[in-house]
Design a protein around this ligand. Sequence first.
Ligand code: ADP
Ligand code: MG
Length: 336
Amino acid sequence: MGGEPRRAAGAMSVAIRLAGCGRTWPGGSIALHPLDLDIAAGETLVLLGPSGCGKTTLLRLIAGLEAPDAGGRVFFDGEDVTRLPIERRHVGMVFQSYALFPNMDVAGNIGYGLRVRGVARAAARRRVDEMLAMMRLDGLGGRRIEALSGGQRQRVALARAIAPRPRVLLLDEPLSALDARLREQLRQEIDALLRSLGITAVYVTHDQAEAMALGDRIAAMEKGRIAQIGTGRDLYHRPANDFVAGFVGDTNRLATPEGERLVRPEHLALRRSATGGFTVVQATFLGPVVRVLLRDAAGRELRADVPDEDVPAPGERVAVLFQGRSLETEAAASPA
Ligand SMILES: Nc1ncnc2c1ncn2[C@@H]1O[C@H](COP(=O)(O)OP(=O)(O)O)[C@@H](O)[C@H]1O
Ligand SMILES: [Mg+2]
């Protein structure tokens, strides 16, 4: 995530606007409080949040699988599509469960949307071949779905969604069923794909690393509301509230002369000092950093992530530095 605009809008992509869109279930429970949201043409917006916060509901409102409560409006390039059903919105969808047709082979699945739209046979075949190549599925057109790996199945699902050249691509936790290695590889492939297509995309995940890697912007969701929307850097360095701060990384809560603030463990430094206010409780090697758990005389804990060089050992006394200042002399620390 570079912070700079990453891709030109493709010819097919649309700008999406939600105005006053909420969703209340029969019985009165609220999945989504009324919200406004603008997604630029060609942008990838990630909806990030814990299970049950309303991500899928928001995605389904955009897709046309769900209608907003009275008063809510959905616009594609300024056109009111609130009453348009999904088949008339030209959206492509990809789900965690793949939702492939088991009775069709790979080519049959990828060509499905083309047949539904009445694309001529020869043109549909060309497009399917193009998609097989694009998704590195060459030679697998005749393969049965159950004979594919999880990663291949998700590539087929992506190819099927993209084949009819949708104006919007909606992805609901597409990688959640895959193991960590494959997830990272496919994440990179999806990122490259979204860049090259320039398509407007909304990508749902509960995984903050995935959100950081993919999104132009991230909308952090909490209990049916968007708590914050911005770049990964915005959310990480300037979280709007404790929920966002905690969801996109670890934090310590520090009382500084300027008031209380949240400080990431990697922004603290340690210096061995017999008069230091903290004692090392535990030092855990995590690979890129060592996570050091510290405690002061009052029992307050801090976590610091430091380079794996000359790390103080459990029992040693240290001074904790934040932006070059010692916490003990300038400020008191308190646990998050
Ligand atoms: N069809 C439905 N009827 C009633 N409640 C639902 C329905 N679908 C989802 N919910 C509830 O709405 C809330 C938001 O769900 P959802 O949008 O699926 O969250 P997420 O995708 O973030 O996990 C949850 O509390 C969920 O249980
Ligand atoms: Mg969901």
